[in-house]
Design a protein around this ligand. Structure first.
Ligand code: GZL
Length: 309
């Protein structure tokens, strides 16, 4: 039962007999990061003995809203989800609150004033990831002469990672006026999107010195466009990405990428601990940030053999 239920048809999970029922709405399967995140959630639920109702929204916000409504109808004990975009979830979150079902946000945040609509946010500081990416570039280019032309592949339009990574990166590179973002467009966090937009960037901009991609997958897609244009990735065009999934780390180790800021998808274990606490009505931190690091080419070579995802 959830923390306000008195043993209704939500089962009496509180007595420890019935498993806790968790409804989880996932964004989709757009990237290697997302796949690793889904695996972490499913495996952790099984290990924790939590009954998981998992819905893949296939990249559509309306499917997430429908899934959350279904979870409410099914009277699950706890709802968790990764909101595709920051806005448009307030109504359904109010419905969950009115139904007495606690909600946990994972990975991405919603932009709401009403902080009572969810119990906790578990995920990364995306502004910091963007800032670390920009700081690396400022240092890398400190002795460069003349303008450094940067193109930016943004993540999904309206998503917290896209908004915040862009913000953090821009703040960091503002320290050096020769660093200029000459083009910035969403590739929707996918390889196909990264390739397609980078093809346009290369056509329209004869001098590109740096690509900043909001995730590895768009950077990997962009590699095809860069080599097709006869340029050497990692040398003619330096590439900075975020996530540090295996394929991205391999590209970094191979010298095709130059720097990656890590964003951990392994949120499952911490999520299940939060679910148990919230189900018992225990108080939990409003925000829990994951521990992350950054990688250079040499660090990627050293880390690859033991990389979990
Ligand atoms: C970040 C996550 C982003 C990843 C992308 O926490 O929301 O979505 O950086 C993924 O790879 O698609």
């Amino acid at each position: 039962c959830n923390n306000s239920d008195t043993g209704g048809d939500g089962g009496d999970a509180g007595s420890g007999n019935e498993p806790i029922v968790l409804g989880f709405s996932q964004v989709g399967a757009e990237s290697g990061w997302r796949t690793a995140n889904t695996t972490s959630i499913k495996e952790s639920a099984a290990e924790a003995g939590i009954e998981l109702k998992f819905d893949d929204a296939q990249g559509k916000q309306e499917n997430q809203i429908t899934a959350i409504r279904n979870f409410i109808q099914q009277k699950v004990d706890v709802i968790a989800f990764s909101p595709k975009v920051e806005t448009g979830f307030e109504t359904v979150l109010k419905e969950a609150k009115d139904a007495g079902i606690p909600v946990i946000l994972t990975d991405r945040a919603v932009d709401t004033q009403d902080k009572t609509l969810y119990k906790s946010f578990l995920g990364s500081d995306f502004v910091k990831e963007g800032r670390l990416s920009g700081e690396w570039l400022v240092n890398e280019m400190k002795s460069a002469t003349g303008d450094v032309n940067i193109v930016e592949l943004q993540g999904t339009t309206g998503s917290a990672p896209a908004n915040d990574r862009k913000k953090g990166f821009a703040e960091a590179i503002a320290k050096d006026p020769k660093l200029k973002v000459i083009a910035s467009q969403s590739g929707d966090f996918t390889r196909a999107g990264g390739k397609q937009v980078m093809e346009q960037f290369v056509k329209a901009n004869p001098k590109i010195d740096v690509l900043f991609a909001h995730n590895d997958d768009m950077g990997l897609g962009a590699l095809e466009a860069i080599t097709a244009a006869g340029k050497v990735p990692g040398k003619d065009i330096k590439i900075i990405t975020i996530d540090a999934v295996k394929d991205g780390m391999q590209a970094l180790a191979d010298g095709k990428f130059n720097f990656i800021a890590e964003c951990s998808p392994l949120l499952g274990p911490q999520l299940m601990e939060l679910v148990k606490k919230v189900n018992k009505g225990e108080s939990v931190p409003a925000r829990i940030e994951t521990q992350e690091t950054t990688f250079t080419q040499e660090q990627a070579k050293a880390a690859l053999p033991t990389r979990k995802y």
